[in-house]
Write a protein that binds this ligand. Structure first.
Ligand SMILES: [Fe+2]
Length: 382
């Protein structure tokens, strides 16, 4: 019997004033001394201040040492700050990096052994402290997923903790928190959200629930991302992107992502290319490979992206879907070609070996790939 579970953050609060609910949620969840997990740039831009302004004279601490594509060591440093400050809850204010670090702390704070024991699937033994996620980018969907990803620079690998105990208690998703998001990050994280929705829709684990959410996200992103990129203060476009990112997170948190993400991880781990950009570099080439496995699903994607499909057969519509994805990446000025990012061509065989072993993602993909197939895709994307 096939069974599909659907799990998201316990409570979603969305809309321009969502962050104003922060105090009510802390009270409801009986958090008296939260640790805010964020980065210096968001503190300096005033974005964290929008959350702090809600706290009044409540007690809290701030850990502002989160970095992009964060290293495992930052989870350890943040957990020390959490324990030493006597905190009883976590508020992540940031993109996927800050939310993932807070998830890592939630998993590690009550764990007696080393952090390394938690990397993998379902190795966290119990629910950790209360976690409230306030995203400041529209892309990762981390505010509704059970995954946290970290870099291990020494091993040149991405490492993940996957556990339902990482699902945040509350996701406060307010477009006002994304207004200072730089244009490059808006583009890259927006494309990441598109990839989440597309990979969920063609995942072998897709369900009618994730399908509806994924297609809705694809529609919103196609319309809103170029607008949010062109005019960063367009609150309506920011709101649509914040909602779409949340929806894409809900879809991929349950259906899973596939080969685009698997092939992107070695680019991030070895060459420090931002997650959304590495996804964008591979998206059209992996989709070219995938489309024969589920051509009618690609037709749906084309339609959601605004392609007039009425006079097209399924193959033609699928081609248009792949083209629409590449066009959207180009519209937000994401460069193409691995060579643009100084990826050495002779690294491709080792990257292909590495990607082929990411079974957690590859098993969701609608068409199987050998290491040789992956090598061809990297070369096409070069
Ligand atoms: Fe992603």
């Amino acid at each position: 019997m096939n069974i599909s579970a659907f799990k998201i953050a316990n409570k979603l609060i969305t809309g321009p004033g969502a962050v104003e609910q922060l105090c009510a949620e802390l009270t409801r969840l009986e958090v008296k001394n939260p640790l805010i997990v964020t980065d210096v740039i968001l503190v300096n831009s005033g974005t964290v201040g929008l959350a702090l302004a809600q706290l009044g004279d409540r007690r809290y601490g701030i850990f502002d040492q989160v970095e992009p594509e964060p290293e495992v060591a930052i989870v350890e440093a943040c957990t020390r700050a959490y324990r030493e400050g006597g905190h009883d809850g976590l508020i992540a204010v940031g993109g996927g990096s800050a939310i993932d670090i807070a998830k890592g702390v939630a998993a590690y704070a009550g764990h007696a052994g080393p952090l390394s024991e938690l990397f993998g699937v379902d190795l966290v033994k119990r629910k950790g402290p209360v976690l409230i996620a306030i995203p400041t980018t529209a892309g990762t969907g981390s505010e509704v997923t059970n995954v946290a990803i970290f870099s291990d620079k020494q091993a040149q690998l991405k490492k993940g903790i996957v556990s339902d105990y990482l699902l945040p208690d509350v996701a406060l998703v307010s477009p006002a928190m994304t207004l200072t998001c730089p244009r490059g990050v808006t583009a890259a994280s927006g494309v990441d959200a598109l990839v989440h929705a597309v990979e969920s829709y063609i995942s072998v684990n897709a369900s009618p629930i994730t399908d509806a959410i994924a297609l809705g996200a694809i529609k919103l992103i196609t319309k809103a991302l170029p607008k949010a990129y062109a005019n960063p203060t367009n609150l309506r476009a920011r709101e649509d992107m914040a909602t779409a990112s949340l929806m894409a997170g809900m879809a991929f948190g349950n259906a899973g992502v596939g080969a685009v993400h698997a092939l992107a991880y070695p680019l991030g781990g070895r060459f420090n290319i931002a997650h959304g950009v590495s996804n964008a570099l591979l998206l059209p080439y992996v989709m070219e490979w995938n489309k024969t496995a589920c051509v009618e699903r690609f037709r749906d994607i084309a339609e959601a992206m605004g392609v007039r499909v009425a006079n097209l057969n399924d193959n033609e519509a699928a081609d248009q879907a792949v083209k629409a994805m590449a066009d959207l990446c180009a519209a937000v000025d994401i460069p193409s070609g691995l060579r643009t990012f100084n990826v050495p061509e002779d690294a491709i065989p080792a990257m292909a070996q590495e990607a082929s072993k990411i079974d957690r993602l590859m098993r969701n993909n609608p068409r199987k790939l050998s290491a040789a197939d992956i090598e061809k895709i990297y070369r096409a994307a070069y």
